[in-house]
Write a protein that binds this ligand. Structure first.
Ligand SMILES: Nc1ncnc2c1ncn2[C@@H]1O[C@H](COP(=O)(O)OP(=O)(O)O)[C@@H](O)[C@H]1O
Ligand SMILES: [Mg+2]
Length: 370
C-alpha cells in the first residue's frame, strides 16, 4: 500500500475547533509516512497536551482510517510563527488571502465589526451576574453564534468554575488562547493572578490587564463577547469605555426594591461614561413550586421598575432554580445540563431577544453637530 497523494491536502483541510483555522494554515501537520502498512501522521502542536487532541485524532482517523498519530510540541520559532499567524489572522480584513501585520489591532475592535460586546453588570454582588453571563453566553453559542467570555470581575473570578473550564488557557508569548468549553471561549483575569493571593488592583495595573486580555487574546472575531464586570461602577467600567467604546451594558438585578436602587445608580454611572445601557435582566424573579405556583421570594417588580426608570426594556425574568446553582457549582451550567428546565428556557429566550435587538447605535456626545 502507498499513501494516497490526496491525503496530505485532505488532512490539511481539517479545521482546528479552538482556533477555527485549518491544520494547514496553522502548520500543525508534520511528516506523513507509512509504517507497517498504516499511515503515520505527525502533529506539531503548541503543547503536547493540546486540549482538542482527541477531536483532531478522530478527524484524522475519518480521513485516514487506522492512522497512527504522533505528537510533537512546537519549538520556540514555530510557536512564534503561530503567534504571528493568529494575530495577523485576527487583524486582517475578512476574506480569503487577506493578510495583516501581526501586531495590528484585532478586527473585532473596529466599529464596523460584526462583534457585539455585552457588558454584564450589576449594582451589587450576589444577584447572579456571573450565572447570567455564563448561561446567556452558552445559550448564544447554542443558537449558532461565536461567543467569547471575559471574566473581569476582579472581586471574585467565578466564570471558569461555573463553566467547568479545567484547562488553563494556552499562552503563546504575549497571546492568550482562551479555553473552549461548552462552545464558548473563555479567559479569566483570575488565571493570571497567583492562587489564593488577594490582589489589590490599582488603577493603572487593572487598566493594563484588561486592555491586554481584550486586545491580545485570541478572540478572533466573535459574534458576541460577554464581559462579566465587577459590581458597581469602578475602574473597570472606565477602562472598558475606553478600550471598547461600543460596549452595550446589561444590568442584572433582583425583584427587591433595594437591589433595584443600587442597580439604578450603576446604570446612571455607566451612562455618564456614555455607555449604551441596553436592557435589564431580572434574576431570582420567582420560584416555581411542585404545585406549579410561583412563589415570589424576593418580592416583585424591581426589574420592571428599573427598566421604566431607565427608559429601557426588561429583557428577561429568570426564575430561582436549584439546578442553576448546582450547575454553577459543578461546572455544568443549567442550559447544558437541563436545557428543558424553566430557567434554561428563560436564558434561551433572553439570548434570542438580545440577538434580535441588534447592536446599539453609537451615540457619542462629541459627534453631535449642533
Ligand atoms: N436564578 C437562580 N436560581 C438559583 N440560584 C441562583 C440563581 N442565580 C444565581 N444563583 C446562585 O446565587 C449565587 C450568586 O450568583 P452569582 O452568579 O455568583 O452572582 P454574582 O456574580 O452577581 O455575584 C450563586 O451560588 C448562584 O449559583
Ligand atoms: Mg460573580
Amino acid at each position: 500500500m502507498t499513501l494516497d497523494p490526496q491525503l496530505r491536502s485532505d488532512l490539511a483541510s481539517i479545521v482546528e475547533p479552538q482556533l477555527v483555522r485549518t491544520l494547514g494554515e496553522l502548520h500543525f501537520l508534520g511528516a506523513l509516512d507509512e509504517v507497517d502498512g498504516a499511515p503515520r501522521v505527525e502533529l506539531i502542536l503548541p503543547v503536547t497536551g493540546w486540549p482538542n487532541l482527541a477531536l483532531l485524532e478522530a478527524a484524522i482517523d475519518q480521513r485516514a482510517p487506522g492512522a497512527r498519530v504522533v505528537v510533537r510540541s512546537m519549538d520556540d520559532d514555530e510557536r512564534l510563527g503561530l503567534r504571528n499567524f493568529l494575530r495577523g489572522a485576527m487583524a486582517a480584513p475578512e476574506g480569503p488571502g487577506q493578510h495583516a501585520h501581526a501586531d495590528a489591532p484585532p478586527r473585532f475592535l473596529d466599529k464596523l465589526s460584526k462583534t457585539r460586546v455585552l457588558g454584564i453588570s450589576s449594582g451589587k454582588g450576589g444577584v447572579g451576574k456571573s450565572s447570567v453571563t455564563v448561561n446567556l453566553g452558552i445559550a448564544l453559542a447554542q443558537a449558532g453564534y461565536q461567543v467569547g467570555i471575559l471574566d473581569a470581575d476582579v472581586y471574585g473570578f467565578s466564570v471558569p468554575k461555573m463553566l467547568g473550564a479545567t484547562n488553563d488557557p494556552i499562552v503563546l508569548g504575549d497571546t492568550v488562547i482562551p479555553t473552549l468549553v461548552h462552545g464558548v471561549r473563555c479567559v479569566s483575569m483570575g488565571y493570571f493572578v497567583p492562587d489564593e493571593q488577594p490582589v489589590i488592583w490599582r488603577g493603572p495595573m487593572l487598566h493594563k490587564a484588561i486592555e491586554q486580555l481584550v486586545t491580545e487574546a485570541w478572540w478572533d472575531e466573535p459574534d458576541f463577547l460577554l464581559i462579566d464586570m465587577p459590581p458597581g461602577t469602578g475602574d473597570v467600567a472606565l477602562t472598558l469605555s475606553e478600550v471598547l467604546p461600543r460596549i452595550e451594558m446589561y444590568v442584572v438585578t433582583t425583584p427587591q426594591a433595594a437591589a433595584q436602587r443600587v442597580a439604578q445608580r450603576s446604570a446612571y454611572a455607566a451612562r455618564k461614561l456614555k455607555l449604551s445601557v441596553r436592557g435589564v435582566i431580572e434574576n431570582m424573579s420567582w420560584f416555581t413550586g411542585d404545585d406549579q405556583k410561583r412563589y415570589e421570594i424576593f418580592g416583585s417588580g424591581g426589574g420592571a421598575q428599573l427598566a421604566r426608570e431607565l427608559g429601557i426594556a426588561l429583557l428577561a425574568q429568570i426564575p430561582l432554580e436549584t439546578r442553576l446553582r448546582e450547575g454553577g457549582d459543578s461546572g455544568e451550567p443549567v442550559v447544558v445540563s437541563s436545557p428543558d428546565s424553566e430557567v434554561a428556557r428563560a436564558f434561551t429566550a433572553l439570548a434570542a431577544t438580545v440577538a434580535a435587538q441588534g447592536p446599539a447605535r453609537v451615540y457619542r456626545q462629541e459627534l453631535k453637530l449642533v
